[in-house]
Design a protein around this ligand. Structure first.
Ligand SMILES: NC(=O)c1ccc[n+]([C@@H]2O[C@H](COP(=O)([O-])OP(=O)(O)OC[C@H]3O[C@@H](n4cnc5c(N)ncnc54)[C@H](O)[C@@H]3O)[C@@H](O)[C@H]2O)c1
Length: 286
């Protein structure tokens, strides 16, 4: 159902690679809510992915840009304003990549060149994007800038590797820039910390199936889907959240406040084989 929440607004959406991408769902929902949008991704992803299909569906223009290149970002913000006929109201940063994860380098055997790439693509690009937009004065007052994060910024998750450090930095950038951009231009900067979601980036995480199931069992409302994340992004882009800034907003079905759930405990207990139990079936600890 559409509520016209973004009627008359102009947005830039980074990171739609295929129809599983969270950014893809956000683009669809933003368009349904009346926004005009520009889609962007790396030149390679624009050529190889299926972003053309999304552009057709949402009546969007595609402007390729590597989110780590300030030159590309400058061109993107200038062209996006020309194409859409005015300043930008919202931006979604839905960009992440870890070469260490791809090459199966564990956290105690990181390649530091790869680590720099992870941080640049997944976090510093957020700073570059905001700084470029601010220098060009490309965002309207009450504008809203969002990035997608994960709870591994606060807590340690097996297999999340150097992406955890990237997410901590990403959330810190949202606070630091949120203060300056809010004070000077009334622009909001927030991160949404999303549940594990089956996407290309999600699938790169070691043991993702187990993580997804664990997270679902631990969350009273279950994992949040990409479509539900898109709904939350739309609300954050809308005028209904004008005074929300510098926040990391959990969109995770309650996971981040849980310690142990009944569903989690039930599954955990099933994992004990007979040898771990006494004659009454009780677990022998230790
Ligand atoms: N999938 C999950 O479980 C999950 C959970 C929480 C947060 N997130 C975050 O959501 C965001 C989107 O990821 P997704 O899960 O939709 O996966 P995805 O693979 O569909 O999206 C990642 C995007 O990053 C783009 N990208 C990579 N390098 C880039 C660069 N240099 N410049 C511009 N774009 C670049 C890719 O082309 C791709 O479109 C990421 O920040 C991810 O960490 C994902």
């Amino acid at each position: 159902m559409a509520y016209n929440l973004l009627k008359g607004k102009r947005g830039i959406i980074f990171g739609a690679l295929n129809d599983a991408s969270i950014a893809w769902k956000v683009a669809e929902r933003a368009s349904e809510e009346g926004a005009q949008i520009v889609l962007t991704n790396t030149p390679v992803a624009c050529r190889m992915g299926t972003i053309d299909e999304l552009a057709k569906k949402t009546n969007a223009t595609i402007i390729p840009a590597d989110a780590t290149s300030v030159d590309d970002l400058e061109k993107l913000f200038v062209q996006a304003q020309e194409v859409m006929g005015g300043k930008i109201d919202f931006v979604l940063h839905s960009v992440a990549m870890s070469v260490n994860m791809r090459k199966k380098r564990t956290y105690d055997d990181l390649d530091y060149g790869f680590l720099n790439k992870t941080l640049d693509i997944s976090a510093i690009s957020f700073h570059k994007m905001i700084q470029t937009a601010k220098k060009l004065d490309a965002i309207n007052e009450n504008g809203s800038i969002l990035a997608l994060s994960y709870v591994a910024a606060q807590r340690t998750f097996f297999g999340y590797n150097d992406m955890a450090d990237a997410k901590s930095l990403l959330e810190s950038i949202a606070r630091s820039f949120g203060y300056i951009y809010g004070r000077e231009k009334g622009v909001r900067v927030n991160t949404i910390s999303q549940s594990p979601t089956f996407t290309t980036a999600g699938g790169g995480i070691k043991g993702f199936d187990g993580l997804y199931d664990f997270s679902d069992r631990m969350s009273p409302l279950g994992n949040a889907s990409a479509d539900e994340c898109a709904d939350y992004c739309v609300v954050m882009f809308s005028d209904l959240t004008k005074k929300v800034t510098m926040q990391n907003l959990y969109h995770d079905g309650g996971f981040s406040s849980m310690g142990m759930s009944l569903r989690g405990m039930t599954q955990y207990e099933k994992s004990f084989i007979d040898e771990n139990r006494d004659e009454n079936g009780k677990i022998i600890y230790g």
